[in-house]
Ligand binder design. Sequence first.
Ligand SMILES: [Zn+2]
Length: 86
Amino acid sequence: MPLYEYISENPNIEGKSCRNCSRGFELIRPVSRPPLENCPSCRNPVKKLVSQVSKPNAARGFSISDAKAKGFQVLKKQDKGTYEKM
Ligand SMILES: [Zn+2]
């Protein structure tokens, strides 16, 4: 499911938007659902921002230590056993 970023249409108007939408928030929604039009917490109108997927640092991938920290199992190719004894 794609990740969408939303921000209030009036982020700078005091009292017009809650903390979430005045700074923007991320939401994962199925493609089949219509775009979000109102903030889920304060009901003020929000607009969709360009998806993070298009940002260059998203394509950079992540390091092995990052992967391990996130609970991924990191497999390393072993050289052992690749040579035959002559
Ligand atoms: Zn809000």
